[in-house]
Write a protein that binds this ligand. Structure first.
Ligand code: ADP
Ligand code: MG
Length: 671
């Protein structure tokens, strides 16, 4: 079976055929030029056409024999050597013969040779006449007749040939007509083919464009496919990783589940154990609470045995630049159990220059002995002092009001004892920071037993019977408006200072910040009025509130730490200038408030019906810390210098009086 040809090849084939056909008409005889061309030319033209048309299947007559006479018949019109042979013999032929005869010279009769031909064909079977003599006219006539006959034969032959040529011409014309028809058909076919070819080319162009597009798309698609393949590989890799992770997680999950079931079993047993422990804990808590209440009771008993009013004497060391007192000026005799006993006694020797002996020699110094709950010689550290009072401070947590005073002349060490020494050295920290740290720590311990404590601090100074806030900030700093002491509410026992800040505190740093602020406030005030701090009472108060929510217990008590104004008196012999008058008024106010304090303590000790709290701002502010249930401690601060002996004796005497007081039996402020 012949393979199917593609349309493109077919089109190409058609184009070639068209080209071949386009050449063909040029060789065909044109209708107008047909007669102008000789038969030979036509024959020549027709010859290849015959060959070609034969190939195309067109039948063209080819049986016509080639005229041999063509070689002998002159074709060129211009040739005049031999005139055309007339078709028929007639008058024209006779005239020709006559002309020949006229022009011929007498001689041997030689047939005229045609120019262009080599020789006339020999007359077959005829004997060439020998040259006739001029006189032989008859013989010449005979020759001419023979020649005429011969010419006639030739003419006849040429006529035949002419006829043949005419036939051939007719045939050729017919053939030309057929070929013209064929040409038109072919031209039509060519036009159709051209149209087809154009269409084919257009289609080819379209197809090429389409192919280009498709190739481009193919390129894009291939790129996409490559990307997708790459992505697929990555995803496969990731999937493998995730599968491994999943496997690992499942393995872990299984392990966790196993561990969980183990833990659940353990949990159940632990819960049982916890229930048993909770029961035990409850019993222990009950017991602990009972013990705590017992501790508080015993602690209070102990404090009461030690005395609700206690007096500690503290002698400061001699400071650099101060003159050392003579030996024996201050003595600290040992207790009954010897030097191991904490000292409680103090002897002060005073040589009275006014008293002279009869011999004129100075009188022996007078010894003044004092006994207190505790005496701290100059070398005693702050920690040693605080240790002695820490139990008392703890009573405030148990709900007993506690009040600690520092009494003494200016420069005897009251501020050092209460607030501490300069420089922020922890070794010289005073009672206030130490007491608060102790309270915070014990409150923390008691929180384990269900107690919750809160602390609110205030710090005021009483100068010339006016109260000022030492914790004032902003514009009030150092110049804080006057404060008033008021009852917290109608019928309330609680006192509060108006315009004063009450700051909740819960840690040491907050307390330190407050003491720092108070120092700054005092420093500002000092520039306004010289050394006012030593001429005023500083009262640090901490409101302590405790609650045992589980048992519905509450307790509240104030802890007051008071740095009293200098107790020194004015020299009566001093001239009274304007400054001294002011100083005298200050001193009178101080002395009045200090003596009121003594009187209040006495009245309380003597259980008098009237206690003169209102006689001074100090006692009025402290009345809740001095009552029957309160515990009081007074530090009497003494200067070690001989020059201060008079003031020291005054302080010691005042303190001794206080020391003799016993104020009721303290009752905890329980609700
Ligand atoms: P007061 O407050 O009674 O006027 P201060 O507390 O200001 O006296 O003390 C006066 C000076 O003595 C201060 O420089 C203080 O540092 C110093 N001082 C007081 N007591 C002691 C002590 N126990 N140890 C060392 N220095 C002290
Ligand atoms: Mg002071």
């Amino acid at each position: 079976m012949e393979p199917q040809r593609s349309p493109l090849l077919e089109v190409k084939g058609n184009i070639e055929l068209k080209r071949a056909l386009a050449k063909a008409p040029s060789r065909l005889p044109l209708p107008g030029s047909r007669l102008k061309r000789g038969p030979d030319q036509m024959e020549e033209d027709l010859e290849p056409e015959k060959k070609r048309t034969r190939g195309l299947g067109t039948k063209v007559a080819t049986s016509r024999p080639r005229a041999t006479a063509l070689t002998t018949v002159p074709q060129t019109q211009g040739q005049t050597a031999v005139p055309k042979v007339p078709r028929k013999t007639g008058p024209r032929c006779s005239a020709a013969i006559a002309t020949v005869l006229k022009n011929q010279k007498p001689g041997p009769a030689v047939p005229a040779q045609k120019p262009g031909t080599t020789a006339a064909p020999p007359v077959v079977g005829r004997k060439k006449p020998s040259k006739r003599p001029a006189w032989d006219l008859k013989g010449q006539l005979c020759d001419l007749n023979a020649e005429l006959k011969c010419c006639r034969e030739r003419t006849q032959m040429l006529d035949q040939e002419n006829q043949q040529l005419r036939n051939q011409l007719r045939e050729a014309q017919q053939q030309a007509t057929a070929l013209g028809t064929e040409r038109r058909t072919l031209e039509e076919e060519l036009a159709r083919m051209r149209a087809q070819a154009e269409q084919g080319q257009q289609e080819l162009g379209n197809l090429s464009t389409r192919v280009l597009e498709l190739e481009e798309r193919l390129g894009t698609q291939e790129g996409l496919v490559q990307e997708l393949q790459k992505e697929q590989l990555e995803l496969q890799e990731e999937r493998r990783g995730l599968a491994a992770q999943l496997e690992e997680q499942e393995r872990r999950l299984q392990a966790s589940e196993a561990a969980l079931s183990g833990s659940q079993a353990e949990l159940a047993s632990l819960r049982q154990e916890a229930a048993a422990q909770a029961d035990l804990l409850f019993k222990r808590e009950e017991r602990l609470h009972g013990l705590e209440m017992e501790r508080r009771r015993l602690h209070n008993q102990l404090q009461e045995l030690k005395g609700n009013v206690r007096v500690f004497c503290r002698v400061r060391p001699v400071l650099p630049g101060e003159s050392t007192p003579p030996p024996g000026f201050l003595l600290f005799p040992s207790g009954p159990s010897g030097p191991s006993d904490p000292p409680t006694r103090l002897s002060l020797s005073r040589s009275d220059e006014r008293r002279g002996t009869l011999s004129g020699a100075p009188a022996a110094p007078t010894r003044h002995d004092f006994s207190f709950d505790r005496v701290f010689p100059p070398g005693s550290g702050q920690d040693e002092v605080f240790e002695e009072i820490s139990m008392l401070v703890q009573s405030a947590l148990d709900g007993y009001p506690v009040c600690i005073f520092a009494y003494g002349q200016t420069g005897s060490g009251k501020t050092f004892t209460m607030e501490g020494g300069p420089g922020g050295d922890p070794q010289v920290e005073g009672l206030i920071p130490r007491a608060l740290r102790h309270l915070f720590s014990v409150a923390q311990e008691l929180s384990g037993q269900g107690w919750t404590y809160s602390f609110v601090a205030s710090y005021v100074e009483i100068y010339n019977e006016t109260v000022r806030d030492l914790l004032a900030t902003g514009t009030r700093k150092g110049h804080g408006g006057e404060c008033e002491i008021r009852r917290a509410g109608p019928g309330s026992e609680e006192l509060t200072v108006t315009n004063a800040r009450y700051v909740p505190v819960s840690c040491e740093r907050e307390v330190e910040a407050l003491l720092h602020l108070a120092r700054q406030n005092r420093a500002v005030a000092r520039t306004a009025q010289n050394e006012r701090s030593s001429r005023s009472h500083s009262v640090f108060q901490l409101q302590i509130s405790g609650e045992h929510a589980g048992r519905g217990l509450q307790c509240a008590a104030p802890l007051s730490l008071v740095d009293l104004a200098g107790s020194e008196r004015l020299d009566p012999g001093l001239a009274l200038g304007p400054g001294e008058r002011e100083r005298l008024r200050e001193t009178q106010a101080i002395n009045s408030s200090l003596s009121t304090l003594g009187l209040v303590i006495m009245a309380l000790s003597n259980k008098e019906s009237h206690v003169p709290y209102r006689n001074s701002k100090l006692t009025y502010l402290l009345q809740n810390s001095l009552g029957g249930s309160a515990k009081m401690l007074m530090f009497v601060n003494i200067s070690p210098l001989e020059e201060n002996v008079s003031e020291s004796l005054n302080s010691l005497r005042f303190a001794s009086k206080v020391n003799q007081c016993v104020i009721g039996t303290a009752q905890a402020n329980r609700k």
